[in-house]
Design a protein around this ligand. Structure first.
Ligand code: F6P
Length: 540
């Protein structure tokens, strides 16, 4: 047993989970007319209703005791103080510094560094947008292609998709996959003379990014010549020398720092492509929204603190109710990239099997995070949420105001979202089904046989997050909310959220397979299955 699962706070939660087993959320509502009001919290314009979660006051108190036991307030302070809390990489954790909420990282003042780099990005973005910066042939830039993967892709792509509803030119495009299909699809629509590439890679060594960057470079120079590279390529990296070796003009290299993790980096120069395409004002609003959530996370008491509450609920569902996954369903088409961003954020951070001391954990850490936008998702996987045997708690995210010209459709969207969470909680029992079917004229054996298929057990937990509208400020706050939820969970689980050693082995073995592709004599290190698959690929 680990110290965590043996601890008093953990044991108290196990006992409560046992005692609470028979109590439904519907019954809790019946007992407490104030439940909807009491089980809600608000910050930065975001309103969290967690009254449909399967917990009561005793569980909440016990979860808060666990937060206390795990020293969550102290860990939050340590992050904002810029301490080296990413121990396995000996780094501070500074995405909050990018939003102006932490002035010092690992003992060094960073505000001037962060502001200086942001000012450079803004100046370049304004030059591109105004046409002061032009391509090698004197054409205005109409298309910006970010070349990056993982944290160097998901964040800027997600905010571009979420906020570009009124954007005109330049357009942003995102090239990440080593599958050349994506490269060819993007390039075939573009004019080299009007295209700016932003090669975004913290390390500037990531294979997919480098392969795509070199292909894009060849495409550009074939049309415009070698000298055009300086006008059509910018770089974003913590490794300046490597960008220069690629041929990027040092004036167009934008830096960030090793205390910014890849999946927490959209606020840094990694956001450059979105900043250019959306405009500096919107990017600054995004930062302001995230900063507002930072200050809330840092200062609000634990029981009113949105990221903390969401983390405690996730832990309760995962570790005590046995939830199989965490579903996230934004009722906002423009958030269709949000879940992808969140998957990397949470699963690369908390998909860990050992604790901070390197001891194997004896409790589940992050569940699988998945989802898609509503209302589409209702016609895809909601069947499983309503009637599947496993428990899959849902976060519904709902911006209330539409920024489009179809207000009736917005009302329908809202109605669908609210109906789904109500249905998950309430369910429908056999008596209700029997009465409905009888009213439709069904009877006898046919009626009885139909009942089990139409029963909904209900009591399926969800939270609903309301945003006033999907603008840059509230998107910033929403992203920071999930970032801090992820960190808070890592503290509760006693794991390090800020390294990602688990992705390294695949990268290493890819090098072995590439070597074997080039030279069959080098295939000796491969296992028989991989070798056989490679042989078939070769023969094909
Ligand atoms: O997938 C592993 C990873 O290291 C991520 O953490 C990171 O976001 C991604 O690769 C891209 O890395 P880079 O920005 O160095 O190209």
């Amino acid at each position: 047993m680990s110290a965590l699962t043996e601890s008093a706070a953990w044991r108290a939660l196990i006992a409560l989970a046992e005692a609470d087993r028979g109590i439904t959320t519907a019954a809790r509502f019946a007992q407490d007319p104030e439940r909807a009001r009491r089980y809600a919290a608000e910050a930065c314009g975001l309103y969290l209703d967690y009254s449909k979660q399967r917990l009561g006051d005793e569980v909440l108190t016990a979860l808060l005791a666990l937060a206390d036991q795990q020293q969550l307030p102290a860990w939050i302070s340590r992050m904002f103080a810029g301490e080296v809390i990413n121990a396995t990489e000996q780094r501070a954790v500074g995405h909050v510094a990018l939003r102006g909420a932490a002035p010092v990282m690992d003992g060094e003042p960073v505000t001037a560094l962060v502001d200086g780099e942001l000012d450079r990005m803004v100046a370049f973005a304004e030059a591109v947008r105004s046409g002061d910066w032009r391509g090698a042939t004197g054409e205005k830039i109409t298309d910006v292609v970010n070349i990056g993967i993982g944290g160097s892709d998901f964040g800027p792509r997600m905010i571009w998709e979420a906020l570009s509803q009124n954007a005109v030119l330049p357009r942003a495009h995102y090239l990440s996959n080593v599958d050349g299909a994506q490269l060819s699809l993007i390039l075939c629509r573009l004019d080299p003379a009007r295209t700016l590439f932003v090669v975004t890679s913290k390390t500037f060594t990531t294979q997919e990014t480098m392969v795509n960057a070199h292909a894009a470079r060849r495409w550009l120079t074939a049309a415009l010549g070698e000298a055009a590279v300086a006008r059509h390529f910018a770089g974003v990296s913590t490794s300046r020398p490597t960008t220069e070796a690629f041929g990027i003009d040092p004036a167009l290299v934008f830096g960030f720092w090793d205390w910014v993790g890849g999946r927490y980096s959209l606020w840094s120069a990694v956001g450059l492509s979105a900043l250019i395409a959306l405009g500096p004002a919107r990017f600054r609003e995004l930062l302001a929204g995230a900063r507002a959530m930072d200050l809330h996370f840092r200062d609000a008491p634990m029981h009113r603190n949105l990221p903390v509450l969401m983390a405690l609920i996730a832990l309760w569902n995962t570790n005590f109710l046995g939830a199989a996954s965490q579903v996230v369903v934004p009722y906002a088409q423009r958030l269709h990239r949000f879940v992808g961003w969140l998957q990397q954020l949470e699963m690369e951070s908390n998909g860990k099997g050992v604790d901070r001391d390197g001891q194997p954990v004896d409790y589940p850490t992050t569940p699988v995070i998945w989802g898609d936008v509503g209302s589409n998702a209702q016609h895809a996987f909601f069947q499983l949420l309503h009637q599947g045997p496993a428990l899959n708690p849902v976060d519904f995210i709902l911006p209330l105001e539409a920024i489009h010209g179809y207000p009736d459709q917005q009302q329908l969207l809202i109605a669908n979202c609210l109906a789904q969470s109500a249905a998950l909680m309430r369910g429908k029992n056999a008596d209700q089904v029997r009465a409905e079917l009888a009213a439709q004229g069904l009877g006898g054996d046919a009626l009885e046989a139909a009942i089990p298929h139409r029963v909904f057990t209900g009591n399926r937990p969800s939270s609903t997050l309301l945003l006033p509208r999907l603008d840059a400020f509230h998107l910033g706050a929403l992203c920071a909310l999930y970032e801090h939820r992820t960190f808070a969970l890592s503290v509760l689980w006693n794991i390090n959220a800020f390294d990602q050693w688990g992705v390294e082995l695949g990268k290493q073995l890819a090098r072995d397979v590439i070597a074997a592709q080039a030279n069959p004599a080098a295939a000796g290190t491969l296992d028989p299955s991989t070798l056989q698959l490679l042989e078939r690929a070769r023969a094909h």
